[in-house]
Write a protein that binds this ligand. Structure first.
Ligand SMILES: [Zn+2]
Length: 112
């Protein structure tokens, strides 16, 4: 399967049921990945992937860059450590709003 065209900005509730089993598998993989040295080393850096805040390793959470509900997988390339604040925001915002949030952060960094 190739890349899906980004036509719809709305979540597609019908897709969630179909992917339910797969999401469960990916979540189980995430639990395993969290237990690896690879992940611990990433967290030891103590930096949120998104906002760049310094965060104690134990307070970093694992975030899927492409959410599982949108077809993201639990791979090393798709998971990043992030702070609770970013994690919450990402959950609450629409993907588009989240992108805006990220670009605001990037602008802030450029100015600083
Ligand atoms: Zn953050």
């Amino acid at each position: 399967m190739g890349k899906k065209p980004r036509r719809s900005r709305e979540p597609q509730p019908w897709a969630y049921d179909l992917q339910d089993d797969e999401i469960r598998r990916e979540k189980a993989k995430a639990r395993e990945l969290r237990a690896t040295q690879w992940w611990k080393r990433r967290c030891d850096r103590g930096i949120c992937h998104y906002c760049g805040a310094r965060v104690p390793a134990r307070e970093l959470t694992m975030d899927h860059v492409i959410p599982l509900a949108r077809g993201g997988k639990t791979t090393k390339a798709n998971v990043v450590p992030c702070c609770k604040e970013c994690n919450n925001r990402k959950r609450q915002l629409l993907p588009m709003e989240w992108q805006e949030y990220l670009s605001r952060i990037a602008e802030g960094k450029d100015k600083a």
